[in-house]
Design a protein. Structure first.
Length: 117
């Protein structure tokens, strides 16, 4: 499984074996051996490969089918929380009273329905 997923991720990243080898400081033949299942990367090499290919080690090893280290929703949430104004608002939200939260929810539902139309 590792060999197939590594090859797939390399091709998806539009890298040749030589280019990937250069990124992880090894040889083309080593990458070829990994992709053909003739050898298995060390733990340190798995880390380098996952970083170079922008995928998780869990994906390479078949533990998950999601190659992304952070899914889209997590990235969007991180961007939201890291925006100073929105982050401050988000931190204050739990302190709001229940009625304000209900109103906010109603406004959000209106905004979402407007976007769909």
């Amino acid at each position: 499984m590792l060999s197939q997923r590594m090859k797939y991720a390399r091709k998806k990243s539009k890298l040749t074996q030589e280019e990937l080898a250069a990124k992880v400081n090894t040889t083309k033949s080593t990458i070829s051996n990994y992709e053909n299942g003739h050898s298995t990367p060390s733990n340190d090499m798995l880390i380098l490969l996952s970083d170079a290919l922008d995928i998780t080690i869990d994906y390479l090893l078949g533990k998950t089918d999601n190659p992304s280290s952070v899914d889209k929703e997590e990235k969007e949430f991180e961007a939201f929380v890291n925006d100073p104004e929105l982050g401050r608002w988000y931190k204050e939200l739990p302190e709001s009273d229940e009625e304000d939260l209900r109103k906010l929810r109603q406004m959000w539902e209106i905004i979402k329905s407007d976007k769909r139309n």
